[in-house]
Ligand binder design. Structure first.
Ligand SMILES: Nc1ncnc2c1ncn2[C@@H]1O[C@H](COP(=O)(O)OP(=O)(O)OP(=O)(O)O)[C@@H](O)[C@H]1O
Ligand SMILES: [Mg+2]
Length: 494
């Protein structure tokens, strides 16, 4: 096992020399953030679906287009193809669970609109930087006023919107939808219907919808995809059964194609599965994995703990040195790996596939220890690159809450307000962990385990180094109080 920083002295959790290169951290973080604002890359093996592109083009003329269907139905692919094809300027945000924060979400939204309305951020961003956060209503009003002054047609896609769970955020997005400036169209894509005033908008003719029934691959599309795009010589009858069993669910078709390409017998494969998506996915993932060479299988399982992958990070986790080649090979093989930037530095697995890989990794003999070890290695790499939120997340996943606390403590200053306003810097999902970890440190330093309400009370005690940040932790913890950080603190108590 890798050696971990263990004590509480200042020498511990010290970044490697490489990480002290000026700007190195900022660059890595910036690259990662930029990937969220980019229309996902196209692939050469995508079947263009004109009926759906026309449908989206027409639907996007309404105030809100909702694209709602279960995971892996082709929502993002369709919208990305449309964004490239349409004449309308399109801004894009790929959301993730860290974005459950007003400031962070509105920053992304602004950045997306900025892509089509240059100059907007400059005028509105200062509003978000005050010590007393402006109300979301004030931010929306400022955006609407700015855009009303220079109206033009454009759309903003919020992909993976289902990760937004915070009720105040839904309220502020609803507030925006009620007051959309002329020319602005919003496209929301996700796995479930968002708690927004959809009924009202539908009634007013402001809402268009694209759903699973629309996204399902028809028989003709399945034939074209399997035969022409993926080059599988399958009898028409087999394609028909595949389409029927997967109910036109493109992820099922893709997995079946991967398995067939790797040598499965079509009749056997088709006989082997039916039932719900989860079952089909599990079955087909097993088939696909079994047919990979051992080193690829190992790589897929080990790296499944990563939310985003780069060659060097994969090397740190697997202990091998072929991470970049592996990633490029998996992308070429269409193995559910998506490149996030043009330079092919960062990738991510398709969520469904990653979930299944993680379950399999955990199920293996010694799985739990292996998972912790992989997270530890990932955390150490992230610490060195200044990816503090990822480092804390991995350290917590490895069960190393005290280490997470020290990572935060030693990086508090550098992470420019990781605690105060960390919601801006890293998102409050990870921020709560960070605050919890830091709070734990305070409590450990104070010689007793943390208890509920400690964040609010901690304003009067602790080391001088932490005093500067305590009020902010208390305020943030109160503001986002979900009990989550209390639980984490409790589990980290000594
Ligand atoms: N038209 C298409 N041609 C070929 N492959 C496709 C097509 N549409 C989707 N796929 C493939 O199917 C898989 C799922 O597609 P996509 O990621 O677009 O689904 P999604 O509905 O956005 O999923 P999630 O809900 O998980 O975000 C991907 O691997 C994608 O490459
Ligand atoms: Mg998607």
């Amino acid at each position: 096992m890798r050696e971990l920083p263990t004590g509480t002295g200042a020498a511990e959790a010290r970044p490697s020399d490489a990480s002290h290169r000026p700007g190195a951290h900022v660059r890595e973080r910036d690259i990662l953030l930029a990937t969220k604002l980019r229309v996902p890359r196209s692939r050469p093996d995508i079947l263009v679906r004109p009926r759906l592109l026309d449908r989206v083009e027409e639907a996007a003329a309404r105030e809100l287009l909702l694209v709602s269907a279960p995971a892996g139905f082709g929502k993002s692919t369709l919208l990305a193809e449309w964004a490239r094809a349409t004449n309308r300027p399109v801004g894009w945000v790929s959301l993730d669970s860290d974005d459950n924060d007003q400031v962070r979400l509105w920053r992304y939204l602004l950045a997306a609109v900025e892509q089509v309305h240059p100059g907007l951020q400059e005028r509105v961003l200062p509003l978000l930087d005050t010590p007393d956060q402006p109300t979301p209503e004030a931010v929306v009003t400022a955006i609407v006023n700015e855009l009303t002054a220079s109206p033009s047609e454009f759309a903003v896609v919020l992909d993976d919107y289902h990760v937004i769970e915070s009720p105040p955020l839904q309220t502020s997005i609803a507030f925006l939808l009620e007051r959309l400036p002329p020319g602005m169209h919003v496209v929301i894509a996700g796995g479930s219907d968002p708690p927004l005033p959809l009924g009202r908008m539908r009634g007013r003719g402001q809402l268009a919808e694209v759903r699973a029934e629309d996204l399902r691959f028809t028989r003709e599309e399945a034939v074209a995809l399997l035969r022409e795009i993926w080059g599988l010589e399958l009898p028409e009858q087999s394609v028909a059964v595949l389409e029927e069993r997967t109910e036109g669910w493109v992820t099922g078709l893709q997995l079946a194609a991967l398995s067939l390409r790797a040598g499965s017998d079509p009749a056997d494969l088709i006989r082997g599965f039916s039932g719900g998506h989860r079952y089909v996915l599990d079955y087909l993932t097993g088939e696909v994995l079994e047919r990979q060479p051992a080193d690829v299988r190992r790589f897929l399982l080990d790296t499944s703990i990563l939310e985003r992958l780069s060659g060097p990070l994969c090397d740190a986790v697997t202990g091998c040195s072929d991470g970049q080649q592996m990633l490029e090979g998996l992308e070429r093989a269409n193995l559910f790996l998506v490149a996030l930037d043009e330079q092919r530095r960062w990738y991510r697995y398709h969520r469904l596939f990653a979930d299944l890989l993680r379950v399999r990794l955990q199920r293996q003999e010694g799985g739990a220890e292996r998972v912790a070890e992989l997270h530890r290695s990932a955390a150490a790499w992230c610490v060195d690159r200044g990816l503090i939120d990822d480092a804390v997340r991995h350290a917590m996943a490895a069960g190393e809450a005290r280490w997470a606390a020290r990572i935060v403590e030693h990086r508090v200053d550098e992470a420019q307000g990781l605690v105060h306003g960390y919601s801006v810097a890293i998102g409050w999902g990870a921020g709560i962990l960070a605050a919890a970890a830091l709070l734990t440190t305070i409590m450990i330093n104070a010689g007793r385990p943390p208890r509920r309400g400690d964040a609010a009370r901690s304003t009067g005690e602790g080391t001088p180094r932490l005093r500067r940040h305590r009020t902010a932790i208390a305020a943030d913890s109160q503001r986002h109080a979900t009990g989550g950080w209390v639980r984490i603190c409790a589990s980290a108590s000594v």
